[in-house]
Every structure is written in C-alpha cells, then in structure tokens.
Ligand binder design. Sequence first.
Ligand code: GRG
Length: 297
Amino acid sequence: MSHDFQTWSFAIQQQMELALGGVLPPSDHLPQRLHAAMRYAVLGGGKRVRPLLVFAAGELVGAPAERLQYAAAAVELIHAYSLVHDDLPCMDDDVLRRGKPTVHVEFDEATALLAGDALQTAAFEVLAGHALCDDAADQVRMLKLLATASGAAGMAGGQAIDLASVGLPLSLPQLEHMHILKTGALIRASVLLGSYCGTPLAAGQRERLDRFAKLVGLAFQVVDDILDVEADSATLGKTAGKDAAHDKPTYVSLLGLKEAKQRAAELEAEALACLDGFGEAARRLRELAHFIVHRAF
Ligand code: GRG
C-alpha cells in the first residue's frame, strides 16, 4: 500500500466517521438503547471499503466530496445492518465483529434486530434526503440501485442462498452466483453510486465501470474466504476459521488455497483491464482493487 493511498484512505475514513456520526440518531435521545446499538454497530470500526469505493468512483467523474459522503454513508449503513443481522443466533450466530462483542451480545437480540432494521431504513433516508445528482431522476435511480442491491435480488437473496447451502456440495458457478448476490451486489452498488454523483459517464464507460465493480466484488469474496483460513481472529476482528468449522462451501474448499489465490489475482487483472482508457482519474479505483486483493484483514 503506497503512503499516498494510505493518506487518502485515512482521510476518507475520518470524514466518514464524522458523517456517519452526524446522520445516526444521538444516543441520549429516546429510544436510547436502540440509538446506542445503532451507533455501536456503525461507529469506530470496519475498513470502510464500500465508502472508499464510492469516493474512488466519484473521483472518476469529478464528484463533490459532500455528495459522495452521503452516498457512502447510505451504503455503509446497509453494510452495518447486514453484519448485525448476519451475526444473530438465527443466522451465523457470532460473538465477535470489528474486534468487539456483536450487537446482540452487547445489547440483546431484539435490540440487534431493531437496530439492523433502523439502519437499513436510515440508509434510504440519507440517500433520499440530500441532493446528490444534477438530475433528480438520476437520484431516484440511485435509490432503486441501492434497494435492488440490498434486497432479494441482491444481498438478502445471497444470504438466503448461503444459509440454504451449508453442507451442500455447491459447484463453482453456484458458489459464484451466491457471492455475486451476497457480497458483490453492495460492492457493485458502491462504485455505481459514486459514479452517479458527478459528470455522467457515456454508456460504454458505465458498462466498463460496472464490469470492474462486479469483478472487484467477486475478488473481495475470494480473498475473504482465503483470509478465513489464513488469518487469525485478532487480525480479522471476527471469528476466523468459521467456514470450514461449519462445512460451508468456499473458494478455498472448492479450489484449494493455491488456486483460490490465483483466482483472486486473475480477477484483479481482469478488473484493472476494465479501467484501461480512464487514465489518471481511475487511479484510486485501481489502488482499491489492489488493496482488496492484497489486504491482510
Ligand atoms: C443479513 C440480509 C443479510 C445479509 C448478510 C454481508 C452479509 C450478508 C453477511 C456477512 C458475512 C460475511 C462474512 C460475508 C463475507 C463478506 C463480507 C461482507 C465481509 C465483511 O465485510 P468487510 O470485510 O467488513 O468489509 P468491515 O468490518 O471491514 O466493514
């Protein structure tokens, strides 16, 4: 990771901490326990990869930082909600997230369920509540994009397939389909939302950016599967080794570690090729693709 990329990403992470703190309800307002759980789930942790993708795509189209910060906050709120619900006993039943006890452990199950619900709706409140595009019709497209990426045709649908797949011998295409929905859809949405906040792209450019986003979303998941095997819980801030313990099909269980790493490298190369022709404006997107594939946590 170059020093310059580190400085850029740190500045955005700081900006996002403030922005997210500002859009979340204060924990001294009623209902205090719900508000405290929402803030606990969102603030003070996470890599903020999705906000970074929003900002990087925004750079491609010369988008103002204030617009990007709200689009990024909306995606991060959806992501945080998905983690809270994923950790519940009825789903992945986990006790550690972002290096802290999960929300239902720190609070209680009902509060965690409600905090996830409220984070999800807060995301749309933020996305609808600020002028993010010159053309209002584009902002409606942004709302639909995030809704589709989060719902049955995206993340929630992927989670349903994931829950139904435990112990089953999935084929590689079936595994990829599940991850394209579960993890890929929100990562793709992050890139596209950022690109809506500035000068509109030509149709061909939008298609290439979309392909980049899909490939990076898949690469993110391949690396997530590798890290689940290779990294420890302290580094990840979440329980490591869970996939194998739960007999979950993963890229590593299907391909083996060596081939999974090769697949991640291929996806990175294919993603970078999609940015050919965008020049220096796509620099942060290239750096992020590299970070996503080569990260250690
Ligand atoms: C509950 C509807 C619903 C969906 C849950 C996102 C998800 C779907 C489940 C999380 C389980 C998981 C570990 C998925 C693998 C990829 C992933 C989303 C990892 C966590 O994202 P990071 O690494 O987390 O960006 P941080 O904490 O850095 O934000």
